[in-house]
Design a protein around this ligand. Sequence first.
Ligand SMILES: Nc1ncnc2c1ncn2[C@@H]1O[C@H](COP(=O)(O)OP(=O)(O)O)[C@@H](O)[C@H]1O
Ligand SMILES: Nc1ccn([C@H]2C[C@H](O)[C@@H](COP(=O)(O)OP(=O)(O)O)O2)c(=O)n1
Length: 228
Amino acid sequence: MENGAAQPVIVAIDGPSGTGKSSTSKAVAAQLGLSYLDTGAQYRAITWWMVTNGIDIDDPHAIAAAAGKPDIVSGTDPANPTIVVDGTDVAAPIRTQEVTSQVSAVSAVPEVRARITELQRSIASGAEGGIVVEGRDIGTTVLPDADLKIFLTASPEARAARRSGELKGADVHATREALIKRDAADSSRKTSPLAKAGDAVEVDTTELTLTQVIECVVTLVEEKRAGK
Ligand SMILES: Nc1ncnc2c1ncn2[C@@H]1O[C@H](COP(=O)(O)OP(=O)(O)O)[C@@H](O)[C@H]1O
Ligand SMILES: Nc1ccn([C@H]2C[C@H](O)[C@@H](COP(=O)(O)OP(=O)(O)O)O2)c(=O)n1
């Protein structure tokens, strides 16, 4: 590359829960000086707002009618990603079991997806140095022209073991069941389901350490940049 100046690059990382999307994306962005966007945190944030404001999660019409109300702001520094709703830092409350169990229903509502997708595209286009965006439908729907698309996978056993390692005292079997249920809901919804883009590179992380996955993705980004 001329003068060693890096071109802005847009990287989409998708996959089911516990495959390593967040940890990999943050590390790759930090290492390469890119911005970072956790789109799952945005869906969790709008779900938290619905729950907090007493919206009936079983009523898609009520969710659709409220979808435009919360103000959601994502901070894209990989060293300090933030998520703020109507001025409140919701980084902790969006990770509760209550939000986790409701997020698939809320994120299946087309009006919610339209709202959040627009936000994601505007953040990606404003990231002048490039960005790593992670989620479920980034390569297929949000940023179909991304420079590089990665689809992470891992066995349900590996994913459940990783997740229950995070939640103190969580039962691996219960975690595995909840995770499989959420993946099924996310993969079968009508609007923009969890799916691998045709041109995504699939990386099975079951037998890889996090360091190996990060190295693999960094290499793929560098190869892309070199080919530009
Ligand atoms: N390849 C890996 N090997 C072992 N543990 C991993 C690996 N990748 C991620 N983890 C751990 O698994 C957990 C879930 O990872 P995370 O990045 O949050 O996944 P996702 O964003 O896909 O749900 C974290 O505790 C993370 O440190
Ligand atoms: N691009 C995205 C990202 C997340 N979602 C939805 C579906 C997911 O179950 C939830 C939560 O995503 P998140 O990435 O935080 O989930 P993990 O628990 O990290 O696996 O949000 C989505 O529909 N589309």
